[in-house]
Design a protein around this ligand. Structure first.
Ligand SMILES: Nc1ncnc2c1ncn2[C@@H]1O[C@H](COP(=O)(O)OP(=O)(O)O)[C@@H](O)[C@H]1O
Ligand SMILES: [Mg+2]
Length: 157
């Protein structure tokens, strides 16, 4: 499967992470699976919150660390925000029924490595890490499912 990489993007402060979330928001579409990878505090939830807000969500975006999944209905699009950090057994992911929901939803998954083997394949992987006082990000576009993604990302970058 071919793969494309974008970045690194230097995110000097929280505002920069928020701006990246706004830019990436158009990539959120039904049937897509987006992984957010990086250590605790790297800005994964901040990015998801920004993405949801730029798609029209008003109000809180809580980190789904304890309840695993939050569902946001934004017009036609359903967004499922997952955080698998506290997942005991990857098999628990099976009971969420993600594959069936993916048809009409976009999945945004923090700590996807904890659910390995039980998650749909990622279309986009957003890697976040620490860099001095700020953060850094890079994107992988997995090309196997949607060749259009590359063009889409070029349009918004
Ligand atoms: N680019 C950045 N530079 C500095 N701090 C940031 C940046 N992006 C996010 N933060 C801050 O990092 C903290 C942790 O962010 P969070 O999104 O909860 O991380 P994660 O979900 O990866 O654990 C928050 O206080 C957030 O404001
Ligand atoms: Mg988080």
């Amino acid at each position: 499967m071919s793969e494309l990489s974008f970045g690194p993007f230097e995110l000097a402060d929280e505002e920069a992470t928020i701006k990246l979330g706004q830019r990436l928001a158009p990539l959120a579409k039904a049937g897509r699976c987006i992984f957010l990878v990086g250590p605790l505090g790297a800005g994964k939830t901040t990015l998801v919150r920004s993405l949801l807000r730029s798609l029209g969500h008003i109000g809180a975006v809580r980190s789904p660390t304890y309840n695993l999944m939050e569902n946001y209905q934004l017009g036609e699009l359903s967004l499922l925000h997952l955080d698998l950090y506290r997942l005991g057994d990857p098999e628990e992911v099976e009971y969420l029924g993600l594959r069936e929901m993916l048809d009409d939803s976009c999945l945004l998954v923090e700590w996807p490595d904890r659910g390995i083997g039980f998650l749909p394949a990622a279309d986009v992987v957003i890697h976040l890490g620490y860099r001095k006082a700020g953060r850094t990000a890079h994107l992988e576009i997995k090309n196997g499912l949607s060749i259009d993604l590359e063009a889409e990302f070029k349009n918004i970058s």
